[in-house]
Design a protein around this ligand. Structure first.
Ligand SMILES: Nc1ncnc2c1ncn2[C@@H]1O[C@H](COP(=O)(O)OP(=O)(O)OP(=O)(O)O)[C@@H](O)[C@H]1O
Length: 928
């Protein structure tokens, strides 16, 4: 398969963009002011620092704390999200027609993408000495100012001092300095290629690797540690004290939407090999794991799973030392390695394990030594093997299962070493019975003979008879390799299943999930129309025709491939002819010479050679091999063959008669998996991250403009920004919108109808009508609108919480004082009593006093009792009157007890009072 991204198709795409830009959708302002209507000055590029600026407020690496000065994002915190702050107003007054965004939320004022300089505009640009982008002969863009024009030519003075004459078509408007390095491309006044590239480069040069392109997060691979991760930043993003673009912010948005809308989410990460998808996925996982429960250890578990998945799923390629790869067990190119796990196992297993697996050095296995590359600079395979063992323990894989996994890996390596001898003159072979066969067979749990038969003979059903046919060398090698690939693929799937099982705790708790995957998708605009929305249609490159080319039935490429795979006499040439015959009418298909054809994909044109298509599409694992696997004593192999049989039965019930009644083609399997994935995705809210590789050398600090531009175009980032500005990317059901924002209404809406509540909310906050569309079922909002409402909602909730706090604290304080006073009274009462009772003892224990003093105290106590007795006797006559009787022990002679209970309490108080006074008196005496 050769990739030929022809210039013509890219140019065509660019032209279509230009043509569209020329049409200028009616809801968008012109690309440049035709005439200045204000004499006001342009905004200064650098504003003076405010007096109250604190150094802490301005973060390095583009991490802007909310409300801090010095960031590029034009977002401001204002009372109403739709009221423009004075400074911003001045800016827009100064540039009445130049579309500088008023705020992050007001996107209607931005212009459409690249437009050539119009005649009127050129005069304005010359007069105001405004910067323009000027294309250099080699295609690079340079900043400069137009000095003069003559016909279609313009004389441009470049920043480096050179003056050059260029066609006006080679000039594009540049953004004002104030927009340099904005964190969302959507805020650029001019969304032309050089402006976008410059903006990303400006940020990249300051190690700000994340930017937004409307709803998409762009991540430029820094190829170095840029210190923008870790627990501190993680909690900053969680608490929303930082809102600059970051994977954390996107993961946080996904998490919040999952909780808010009760809908599963997906984070879809796309990009070229080596652009940083895996790293980005890990960063997102790190954030979600920390949210999901750092306390119960799941964070560590999630991060450990990465180690397992990378060991088994990644390999070194020429583009990336740690590339996620498929199917590279049996074939390797020079400079590349097979999956890391094979090298780790050979380098790091203990002598015991080595002996059990009869393991050799990596260089002794043919599956590994066909490439000249055995090690990776800076990577220690043995150390990584020990880390892998720990990770397997963390995901609770039993030692027995771990042993099974290592056995399967060793079996694969030994299978690769099996060789064949010619058996006759007809190119038939027989297996060489050597150490490779015996070890592979013993690791798999079958006899050497069984394995040798499966690799050299194929049984064919002819009516009721079974005929044994000897294999040719090619067939035998294919069978051996297919067996190795099958075992590895199933082992990997099984591992993923084990890992998922061990992580399922979280899912059981919430019932919701966030999936992270490497794929790219497009927005569908159909539902706008279905919902009765009158909107300015945004033209965009739809790849439906290309999708039809592949999967339309009965005459799609995959169906035709399956059909041809069923013809015994079919060849790759007959397949190519069939494709040309049936698919020529599709504009995405192009005939080529011989067995070749081209497909016009969204990203560019790809030339395909049908060589080997049929063989690869047929089921690569013969039924003899499947039988062998099911008879092996190794539990994992039995499980794999059982799973294979089940999936074949299932697919046969769905696709009866599609291929031969037993086998499912690779194409059909792939299509089935893709549809399953799409179905899963469709039930989620997607969040897109586009990873960009700034250079092919895998080095920091190098920004290759052409390479970046190509990647931006291939995945349609510029399209998405343009569509986001012109479209309504946020949709919400009226019920949902009313439930979430209805309470913000200052007047109660009597109708209680969600649609009218939604409209009242929009009106209350003066959302301009061009910022939304009201559908039958949903509300459609332009970019940034929901964020503004969310801010408003948050402010409102803060206010409510503030009032609640005040009221509750007042309540709590009053209650506290009441209790405190009560406690004080009881305490003083009890303490007095205790003090009185223990007075002598306390004195003895805590103060060192002489025996004379003790005698003195005793004398005082005696005196006290005498005085007390006298005082009481003087006040009250009759000793029974002073007794406090328990409830159930009242005196029998009630007639003699005439004092009411109140009086008893009074007297008791009196006694206490007197004795307290006496105590105080005597204490004073003692201290003196
Ligand atoms: N955010 C980042 N910070 C620092 N280095 C990074 C970052 N992202 C990627 N890299 C570097 O780039 C290399 C390649 O990244 P990664 O393996 O994630 O690419 P990929 O897109 O997954 O590639 P493939 O498709 O081949 O699997 C990493 O090994 C790492 O050195």
């Amino acid at each position: 398969m050769t990739l030929t991204a022809t210039k013509s198709s890219l140019e065509e795409m660019l032209d279509s963009l230009r043509r569209r830009d020329g049409e200028k959708p009616k809801d968008l302002p012109p690309s440049l002011p035709t005439r200045p209507t204000s004499k006001a000055r342009l905004p200064r590029a650098r504003r003076a620092l405010p007096d109250n600026l604190k150094v802490d407020d301005v973060n390095v690496k583009g991490h802007r704390r909310k409300g801090s000065f010095g960031n590029k994002k034009m977002k401001i915190d204002v009372e109403s999200p739709y009221i423009v702050k004075s400074e911003e107003k001045i800016m827009s007054e100064e540039l009445p027609q130049c579309p500088v965004p008023k705020s992050a939320n007001s996107t209607a004022s931005v212009s459409p993408p690249p437009g050539e300089l119009e005649h009127d505009n050129v005069a304005y640009y010359i007069k105001k000495k405004l910067n323009v982008w000027c294309r250099q002969p080699k295609g690079k863009w340079e900043l400069g100012t137009i000095q003069s024009t003559s016909g279609e030519k313009a004389s441009v003075s470049l920043l480096n001092g050179n003056v050059m004459k260029v066609s006006r078509l080679e000039l594009l408007p540049a953004n004002p300095d104030v927009l340099e390095g904005v964190d969302d491309l959507i805020h650029l006044s001019y969304l032309n290629e050089p402006s976008v590239l410059h903006n990303l480069q400006f940020r990249y040069s300051q190690d700000i690797i994340y930017s937004k392109a409307g709803p998409i997060l762009i991540a430029l691979n820094p190829f170095k540690d840029v210190h923008v991760y870790g627990n501190d930043l993680l909690s900053d993003y969680r608490q929303r004290t930082i809102d600059s673009p970051h994977v954390y912010a996107m993961a946080d948005a996904a998490y919040n939407e999952m909780i808010r809308d009760e809908v599963n989410q997906s984070i879809i990460i796309s990009g070229e090999s080596g652009s940083g998808k895996t790293e980005t996925a890990k960063i997102a996982m790190q954030y979600l794991a920390a949210l999901g429960g750092g306390s119960c250890g799941i964070e560590n578990e999630v991060l450990q799973t990465n180690f397992i998945l990378e060991a088994f799923g990644n390999a070194k390629t020429s583009r990336n030392d740690n590339s996620s790869r498929f199917s590279r067990v049996v074939q390797l190119a020079n400079g590349e390695r097979s999956y890391h796990i094979f090298y780790q196992l050979c380098a790091g297993s203990s002598p015991d394990l080595k002996e059990r697996l009869n393991l050799r050095m990596a260089s002794e296995y043919k599956y590994l030594n066909q490439s000249d590359c055995m090690t990776i600079d800076g990577v220690d395979d043995a150390k990584n093997f020990h880390q892998l063992m720990k990770a397997l323990d963390v995901v609770r894989m039993s030692k027995e299962d771990q042993e099974h996994v290592f056995k399967m890996l060793a079996a694969i390596l030994w299978l690769g070493n099996i060789s064949f001898n010619a058996a006759d003159n007809e190119n038939h072979i027989e297996v060489v019975e050597d150490e490779a066969v015996t070890t592979a067979a013993s690791l798999m749990g079958c006899s050497s003979q069984e394995l040798m038969t499966a690799l050299s003979i194929r049984k064919i059903q002819a009516g009721k008879d079974t005929i044994a046919k000897m294999l040719t060398l090619r067939q035998a090698i294919d069978t051996r390799d297919a067996l190795a690939k099958f075992i590895y693929a199933n082992l990997f799937d099984w591992l993923v299943e084990q890992v998922n099982k061990s992580l399922e705790v979280g899912k059981r708790r919430t019932g919701r999930s966030i999936s992270i995957l490497d794929i790219y998708g497009f927005e569908s605009f159909q539902d706008y129309e279905l919902d009765g929305v009158d909107w300015t249609k945004v033209d965009f490159d739809d790849n439906q025709e290309c999708l039809d080319l592949f999967e339309k039935k009965p005459l799609g490429l995959l169906s035709l491939l399956d059909e041809e795979s069923n013809f015994p006499r079919a060849s790759d040439l007959t397949l190519a002819n069939k494709l040309k015959q049936h698919l020529n009418a599709n504009p995405c298909f192009k005939e080529e010479m011989g067995r070749a054809f081209s497909v016009r994909h969204y990203a560019g044109e790809v030339l395909y050679d049908t060589n080997g298509f049929l063989e690869k599409n047929r089921d690569p694992l013969p039924s003899d091999s499947i039988q062998l696997l099911s008879s092996c004593t190794c539990e994992l192999l039995q499980l794999f063959s059982k799973t294979l049989n089940q999936s074949q039965k299932q697919s046969n019930s769905f696709h009866a008669g599609s291929l031969d009644s037993k086998k499912q083609s690779v194409g059909t399997k792939f299509k089935g998996q893709l549809f399953k994935l799409m179905n899963q995705l469709e039930s989620t809210t997607p969040h897109f991250i586009r990873c960009i590789k700034p250079n092919t050398k895998q080095l920091p600090g190098i920004y290759d403009e052409d390479l970046v531009l190509q990647q931006l175009k291939c995945c349609g980032v510029l399209e998405v920004v343009r569509i986001s500005r012109a479209g309504y990317p946020t949709r919400m059901m009226h019920q949902e919108f009313a439930r979430r924002y209805g309470f913000l209404l200052s007047e109660v809406n009597t109708s209680q109808d969600p649609l009218s509540i939604s409209v009242s909310v929009l009106q209350q906050f003066n959302i301009p009508p061009e910022m939304y569309q009201v559908g039958f079922t949903k509300l459609y909002l332009r970019t940034g609108q929901i964020a503004a409402l969310e801010d408003k909602r948050k402010q409102f909730l803060h206010g409510i919480v503030g009032i609640q706090k005040c009221f509750r604290s007042h309540q709590a304080r009053s209650r506290y004082h009441e209790l405190k006073n009560g406690v004080k009274t009881i305490q003083s009462f009890i303490r007095g009593e205790i003090d009185r009772r223990n007075y002598g003892v306390m004195l003895k224990s805590s103060i060192t006093i002489s025996s004379e003093k003790i005698e003195e105290i005793n004398a005082v106590i005696v005196l006290q009792s005498v005085i007390r007795g006298w005082l009481i006797r003087r006040h009250i006559k009759g000793k029974d009157r002073f007794k406090i009787y328990p409830e159930n022990a009242r005196p029998r002679r009630k007639s003699r007890s005439k004092i009411p209970e109140v009086k008893v309490i009074y007297y008791t108080h009196l006694i206490f009072e007197i004795s307290t006074k006496l105590n105080t008196y005597f204490l004073k005496v003692l201290i003196l």
